[in-house]
Ligand binder design. Structure first.
Ligand code: SF4
Ligand code: MG
Length: 329
């Protein structure tokens, strides 16, 4: 669970000027064991930053990360180390995340040694075989002495997943785990994650810019735009009946929901905004076909829509004279 996460970075501009990049602004989300939450957005929407905040790769500017009711505060303490074990990350490029000079066996044995210092040699070897079997790299003996370059992209990603599982995590943060892989093997890796989620009762955060794959793979979907959550709900509802104008744009520009084609740029209507000086009010208003006068002035909060929430003034409930609630549109 993350509450009100915000992250700003200070960068140096061209003329040596410092600028604050508000990469993530007031993002709250809940992960549940045995469920997949998709975080969908364009590059620069802040979705990877959210994952890195959850992984505690760097501290948040505001907000907190909570695991089983315990806030993660002190970095470096025992509780912090336990948190870091429980929350494992899988990256986009398995080639970059595996050390090319080490064999698969070396990489996995090292992870096992770190996370299970009390296990003896025989136990560790059994764990190694078990991990490779869990990601369907069998027989394990065929893979332990291989180097990353001797494996396919899909096999490398399976090794990266096995390494993450070596920590016996509760949460997997998967940042574009299949977008660098051939279209033909993407489904296999997503199905493996799905299977492991059920078997090990993992909570998975699936980060993607492909909203079609979110429908296929995730129970719930959050759409981010310019560092903020714009829509949240059941994946089926978000992808089939999107409420937020930005989500509608994403869905409309993903023509084939079954292709799992994550290479296509998701939108064409304008460019994502600068996070150094984001648009006032609703950050989507310069691109929004339904923008109203107030949209450029006031930022909409997350408002209830059927089956979720959307940050859009179209859904501000107005109380009618008979006391019933209707949607302003
Ligand atoms: Fe469009 Fe206004 Fe809704 Fe923003 S708040 S998405 S500009 S209608
Ligand atoms: Mg990214």
């Amino acid at each position: 669970r993350a509450v009100g996460l915000a992250k700003s970075f200070v960068v140096r501009g061209a003329r040596g000027r410092r600028a604050v990049v508000r990469a993530v602004d007031d993002v709250s989300l809940d992960l549940h064991r045995g469920r997949v939450l998709a975080l969908v957005g364009e590059s620069g929407s802040g979705k990877s930053t959210v994952a890195r905040l959850l992984a505690q790769l760097y501290p948040s500017t505001r907000g907190e990360v909570v695991l089983r009711g315990e806030a993660v505060r002190v970095r470096g303490g025992r509780r912090f180390r336990r948190y870091c074990r429980s929350v494992q990350m899988i990256f986009q490029d398995p080639f970059a995340s595996l050390n090319p000079i080490h064999t698969i066996g070396y990489t996995l044995r090292r992870a096992i040694r770190i996370h299970h210092p009390k296990a003896n040699r025989a136990q560790r070897e059994a764990m190694l075989t078990g991990l490779l079997e869990q990601v369907h790299l069998t027989p394990a003996s065929r893979y332990v002495d291989k180097f990353p370059h001797e494996l396919s992209g899909g096999q490398r990603q399976r090794v990266a997943i096995a390494r993450a599982l070596g920590a016996r995590p509760e949460v997997l943060l998967a940042d574009e785990p299949v977008s660098m892989l051939d279209v033909s093997i993407r489904l296999g890796v997503l199905n493996l994650l799905q299977e492991l989620k059920d078997e090990l009762s993992l909570a998975i955060l699936y980060i993607t810019h492909d909203i079609a794959s979110a429908r296929y793979f995730a129970d719930e979907t959050i759409v981010m735009y310019a560092g903020r959550i714009v829509e949240h709900g059941d994946s089926e509802r978000v992808t089939q009946a999107p409420a937020h104008p930005y989500t509608r744009l994403l869905v409309a520009s993903a023509p084939d929901p079954d292709a799992l084609d994550v290479e296509r740029p998701p939108t064409s209507a304008g460019e994502p905004p600068s996070l150094i000086s984001p648009p006032s009010g609703c950050r989507f208003h310069p691109r929004c076909p339904q923008a109203m006068a107030r949209c450029s002035v006031e930022a909409p909060p997350l408002l209830p829509v059927p089956g979720g929430t959307a940050a859009c003034w179209l859904y501000e409930a107005s109380t009618g004279e008979d006391g019933t609630t209707e949607e302003a549109s």
